[in-house]
Design a protein around this ligand. Structure first.
Ligand code: 5GP
Length: 181
């Protein structure tokens, strides 16, 4: 059986990637989420092993040394990486969705040139800031840092395969599903 595709979905924090990904997976049974490892502490609604594997910095660095990551990056003060082991297994069953930022996306593109890279834009920067604050679970100093980072991330969209706008989560999810085919 041929392998499923690697679908990279990037977009600034607060752009609504989580909702879009959830809607996509509700509509298709052949899509599998790549669960990243991170050293960031869990948010109240996050489940270990489902949203992320929450690990210590020591463990994360040990995984780097063992070449256990398809890609990884350090941003917003924390490490984030895609463990390799789950990817092959999930690609036997369908397409794999990676919610990762541009540095990681670049690493995926160089190691897996057939990966499909999609960048999600907010309707505007003002709307992104409103959404970041509205979530209410991010401290103010981190909001400023994330906004700076968001601006840099949005500049990176030029080298992605597709750029979509999340003006409406359902419409955006459908647009990405059409891209996947
Ligand atoms: P958050 O802390 O809001 O869950 O995620 C912050 C950023 O980290 C998001 O842009 C998300 O796409 C990115 N991210 C999550 N997991 C990974 C990963 O495994 N690798 C990389 N490079 N970025 C990730």
């Amino acid at each position: 059986m041929s392998q499923g595709k690697l679908i990279v979905i990037s977009g600034a924090s607060g752009v609504g990637k989580g909702t879009v990904l959830k809607l996509m997976m509700e509509q298709r049974s052949d899509l599998f989420f790549s669960v990243s490892a991170t050293t960031r502490p869990p948010r109240p609604d996050e489940v270990d092993g489902k949203h992320y594997f929450f690990v210590t910095t020591e463990r994360f660095q040990d995984m780097i040394h063992r070449d256990a990551f398809l890609e990884y990056d350090r941003h917003n003060d924390y490490y984030y990486g895609t463990p390799r082991d789950q990817i092959a297994e999930k690609r036997q069953k369908g397409h794999v969705l990676l919610d990762i930022e541009p540095n990681g996306a670049k690493m995926v593109r160089s190691t897996a040139p057939d990966a499909v890279l999609v960048f999600i834009m907010p309707p505007s920067v003002e709307e992104l800031e409103r959404r970041l604050r509205g979530r209410g679970d991010t401290p103010e100093d981190q909001i400023a840092m994330r906004l700076d980072r968001a601006k840099w991330e949005m500049e990176q969209r030029s080298w992605y395969d597709y750029v979509v706008v999340n003006d409406d989560a359902q419409r955006c999810a459908q647009e990405i599903l059409n891209i996947i085919g």
